[in-house]
Design a protein around this ligand. Structure first.
Ligand SMILES: [Zn+2]
Length: 130
């Protein structure tokens, strides 16, 4: 969750892309977010062996999912997902479930601020700040 929120936030700066991976032992699931104008292209690559694959280029992986979204809609969906997780588990529950990883309140607030500042989004923003 934190990686997805942070990765999305990075795309509001000078960064043309952000990447992070989920350790799905023995596989690696690598998420690559790329910005093109006001759209975000999301590609998920699968690598068979997470022990070696973080060093491999994307082209060595298998594309298992790819989609493009307008940035406002994508950021909004990420914020909404983060909010849902928080509502469901609470900060303490989140920390218990994802041992060692506190709920990324700061990252969520940053992304929310960027989204409100830079995106034209007609969806309701009644999500309470964490
Ligand atoms: Zn929005």
């Amino acid at each position: 969750m934190a990686d997805l929120v942070a990765g999305t936030g990075e795309l509001y700066g000078q960064q043309p892309s952000a990447r992070f991976f989920f350790d799905a032992e023995p596989q690696e699931l690598r998420w690559v977010l790329r910005t093109t104008d006001d759209a975000i292209n999301v590609t998920v690559y699968k690598f068979p062996d997470v022990a070696v694959s973080p060093d491999l280029p994307d082209s060595h992986g298998t594309v298992i999912w790819q989609s493009t979204y307008p940035r406002p809609a994508f950021a909004h969906a990420v914020l909404k997902a983060a909010h849902t997780v928080l509502t469901e588990h609470g900060e303490a529950g989140y920390r218990a479930k994802w041992v060692m990883h506190p709920y990324p309140s700061g990252l969520v607030q940053d992304l929310r601020r960027l989204h409100m500042r830079d995106d034209v989004c007609d969806l309701p923003h009644d999500l309470p700040c964490p």
